[in-house]
Design a protein around this ligand. Structure first.
Ligand SMILES: NC(=O)C1=CN([C@@H]2O[C@H](COP(=O)(O)OP(=O)(O)OC[C@H]3O[C@@H](n4cnc5c(N)ncnc54)[C@H](OP(=O)(O)O)[C@@H]3O)[C@@H](O)[C@H]2O)C=CC1
Ligand SMILES: CCCCCCCCCCCCCCCC(=O)OCC(=O)COP(=O)(O)O
Length: 316
C-alpha cells in the first residue's frame, strides 16, 4: 500500500515538501508585489490609444505619478480634452506633474509611423517607456468575414504597434535604457468563437513581444506583455464586424468588466516592477488559459459548444 501511494520509503516526505514549496512560493510572490519598484517621476512615457478607455486611465495614473507623457491617438480634439482634464487635476497630485504632449497618427497606416516616432522623440529627446495600448476588437463569423477586415485589425493591433516599437528602439539602444510595454488580452492566450481577427492579432502580439524580450535582454531593455480580461471601456462599441461596419453595441461582458482605473494601476505596478508577463483576469479566463495549455481537447470541446450557443450579430 505504502509503495503504491508513496512510491517508496521517502513518500511520506513528499506532501510536506510540496506544501512547504507552495507556501514559500506564495510568500515570495507577496514580497515581490510589495516591492516599491522603479520610480516613474520625470520618466518620458508614451501611451498609444490615450484618448479613451484604458489608455486614458493609464494617462491619468502615470501623470499623477509624475511621468512626462506623450499621448497618441487619431483625433487631436479628443487628446486635447485628456490633456485639459489632466492639467485640471494636477493640483490634487502628490508628485510634481508635467503637461503632456500629443502626437496624432493612425497606427493602421504604418507609413506614417516613422514620422510619428520622430515627432514623439522631438517632445523630450528620448523615450523611457513605450506603452502600446491602442487597439480595436472584432465581432463576426469567419464564413462572413472579408479578408480585408482581418488585415485591418492586424494593421491596428499588430503591424502598427510593432512598427512604432521598431522605430523607437534604436534611440532606446543608443541611450542604453528603455522599457517596452504592450497591452495584449487574455485572447492572446486563448481563442474564443466569433473573435478570429482579434484573437489572431493578440496571439501575434504575444509571440512578437516574447521574441523581442529574449532579444533585448542583453541590452537591459525589459519587455512587458499585459493580458487583461474584460475591462469597462468602449472596446465592444468600437469593434468592427465581418463586413467592416461598426458593431456599436456595449456588450454585457464589457459593461461588467474591470474598472479601467484599477487595470491602469496594475499597468503602473507592472512597469515599476519591470514584470515580463502579466495576466490580469478573473478565475474563469485564467483557468481557461491553463486548460488550453494542459487539456486542449476539453478546451476545444467547450469552445465548440460556446460557438453553437452564441451565434453572433450580425448573423442574428
Ligand atoms: N476593454 C476590454 O475588455 C479589453 C481591452 N484590451 C485591450 O486594451 C487596449 C485598449 O482598449 P480599450 O481602452 O478597451 O478600448 P477603447 O476603444 O476605449 O480605446 C481604444 C483606443 O485605441 C485607439 N485606436 C484605435 N484604433 C487606432 C488606430 N488605428 N490608430 C491609433 N489609435 C487607435 C483609440 O483612439 P482614437 O479612436 O481616438 O484614435 C482609443 O484611444 C486594446 O489594445 C484592447 O485590445 C484587452 C483586454 C480587454
Ligand atoms: C478546469 C475548469 C476550467 C474551466 C474553463 C472554462 C472555460 C471558460 C471560457 C472562458 C472564456 C473567457 C474569455 C475571456 C475573454 C476576455 O476576457 O477577453 C478580453 C478581451 O480582450 C475582450 O475583448 P472583446 O472584444 O471580446 O470584448
Amino acid at each position: 500500500m505504502e509503495r503504491i501511494l508513496g512510491g517508496g520509503g521517502g513518500g511520506g516526505a513528499v506532501l510536506p515538501l510540496i506544501l512547504t514549496s507552495a507556501l514559500a512560493l506564495m510568500f515570495y510572490r507577496i514580497l515581490f508585489r510589495l516591492r516599491k519598484g522603479a520610480n516613474v517621476q520625470d520618466a518620458v512615457v508614451v501611451i498609444t490609444g490615450a484618448s479613451s478607455g484604458l489608455g486614458k486611465e493609464c494617462a491619468r495614473v502615470f501623470h499623477a505619478a509624475g511621468a512626462k507623457l506623450v499621448l497618441c491617438g487619431r483625433n487631436e480634439g479628443r487628446l486635447q480634452q485628456v490633456v485639459e482634464e489632466l492639467t485640471a487635476a494636477s493640483g490634487d497630485a502628490k508628485q510634481q506633474t508635467h503637461t503632456p504632449y500629443t502626437v496624432v497618427f493612425d497606427l493602421a497606416d504604418t507609413h506614417t509611423v516613422d514620422r510619428a516616432a520622430d515627432e514623439i522623440l522631438q517632445c523630450h529627446g528620448h523615450v523611457d517607456v513605450l506603452i502600446n495600448n491602442a487597439g480595436i476588437s472584432y465581432r463576426g463569423n469567419i464564413l462572413d468575414t472579408h479578408i480585408s477586415v482581418h488585415r485591418d485589425v492586424m494593421e491596428t493591433n499588430y503591424f502598427g504597434p510593432i512598427a512604432l516599437t521598431q522605430a523607437l528602439l534604436p534611440s532606446m539602444l543608443r541611450q542604453g535604457r528603455g522599457h517596452i510595454v504592450v497591452i495584449s488580452s487574455v485572447q492572446g492566450r486563448i481563442s474564443i468563437p466569433y473573435r478570429s481577427a482579434y484573437a489572431a492579432s493578440k496571439h501575434a502580439t504575444q509571440a512578437y513581444f516574447d521574441c523581442l524580450r529574449a532579444e533585448l535582454e542583453e541590452h537591459h531593455i525589459p519587455v512587458t506583455v499585459i493580458s487583461p480580461g474584460y475591462i469597462r471601456t468602449n472596446l465592444s462599441v468600437n469593434a468592427v464586424t465581418g463586413d467592416g461596419s461598426k458593431y456599436g453595441v456595449l456588450d454585457q461582458t464589457t459593461a461588467s468588466g474591470r474598472d479601467p482605473t484599477d487595470v491602469a494601476q496594475a499597468v503602473l505596478t507592472a512597469v515599476r516592477h519591470q514584470s515580463k508577463d502579466v495576466v490580469l483576469a478573473g478565475l474563469l479566463p485564467t483557468l481557461a488559459v491553463y486548460l488550453r495549455a494542459f487539456w486542449p481537447a476539453l478546451f476545444f470541446r467547450l469552445m465548440a459548444s460556446r460557438a453553437r450557443k452564441e451565434k453572433k450579430p450580425k448573423d442574428d
